[in-house]
Ligand binder design. Structure first.
Ligand SMILES: [Mn+2]
Length: 267
């Protein structure tokens, strides 16, 4: 992949590095194929929960971290907002890690002048329900669904088929999970409204989205477990959710003549 997609700001979250569920190869390819002025890491980037019980850290995980550090050292402002799976990093809020700034939350000002609240979103769990969002699926079912996805995709990869997430598929079949997502989105938008923001950008629930709640805009970056998604602000200040699986196919089908840097397109 030689082309670089340029944008003003990129937001990614829920990469869960340190787990076998992370779509590491696609994530590395995405990072190497995009450039931006500001990169927001909106939480659950390194899964420290998972690493506590078993160390899973193949070389590609290092490559991803190196890519992030290298961006931070070559002119990209990189802001890391820890989530619940990497909450240990919340102790380092206000510090700088190899050029990556750690913040509890942030205010992003778009080129159009909209003030957006950027936060991971786990703080909203209590407002929505007393249990974690994955438990909305039923106990352990989410873990089982992820395990099925892993096996299925190992086979797909061998056969040359595209990535498909069983976990994402099954999630939308469960009424409780769908109700939870709706409530979470409304709670996030309400919080942003109460605090005087034009909108909110979060992650956490692995459900990429871009919608309007009354006067407030709601954006979710999605994840790199069930989806390969990001939120991008283009050079005109428009925000849209991008799907890397679709975008890389569009890139691959372009003629080699267009090897100059491209503007980010909707996917
Ligand atoms: Mn989370």
């Amino acid at each position: 992949m030689h082309q670089t997609h340029h944008c003003r700001t990129l937001f990614i979250s829920d990469t869960h590095l340190g787990t076998a569920d992370c779509q590491a190869e696609l994530l590395l390819e995405f990072l190497q194929s995009t450039s931006c002025e500001t990169l927001y890491l909106v939480g659950d980037i390194i899964d420290l929960w998972q690493l506590k019980s078993a160390i899973y850290w193949p070389r590609i995980m290092n490559d991803i971290v190196c890519e992030l550090v290298s961006k931070a050292n070559s002119g990209t402002q990189v802001i890391y907002i820890p989530g619940n799976h990497d909450e240990l990093l919340r102790d380092f809020v206000g510090t700088d890690f190899n050029g990556i700034q750690i913040k509890l939350e942030d205010t992003h000002l778009t080129l159009k002048g909209e003030r957006l609240l950027v936060l991971h979103g786990d703080a909203l769990d209590d407002t929505v329900r007393t249990y974690r969002w994955t438990e909305a699926l039923g106990s352990n079912l989410y873990d089982v669904a992820l395990a099925i996805s892993r096996t299925y995709n190992r086979i797909c990869k061998r056969l040359g088929y595209n990535y498909w997430s069983f976990a994402a598929y099954i999630k939308y079949k469960f009424k409780n999970a769908v109700i939870f997502i709706d409530k979470f989105e409304a709670a996030a938008a309400h919080l942003a409204h109460r605090r005087g923001y034009a909108g909110v950008i979060c992650g956490h629930i692995h459900h990429p989205n871009n919608c309007q709640y009354d006067s407030v805009k709601y954006y979710n970056t999605g994840d790199w477990v069930e989806h390969c998604s990001a939120l991008a602000e283009d050079l005109e200040g428009n925000l849209r959710v991008i799907d890397w699986l679709q975008m890389r196919q569009l890139t691959a089908s372009d003629t080699p003549a267009s090897q100059k840097p491209q503007r980010l397109r909707a996917a």
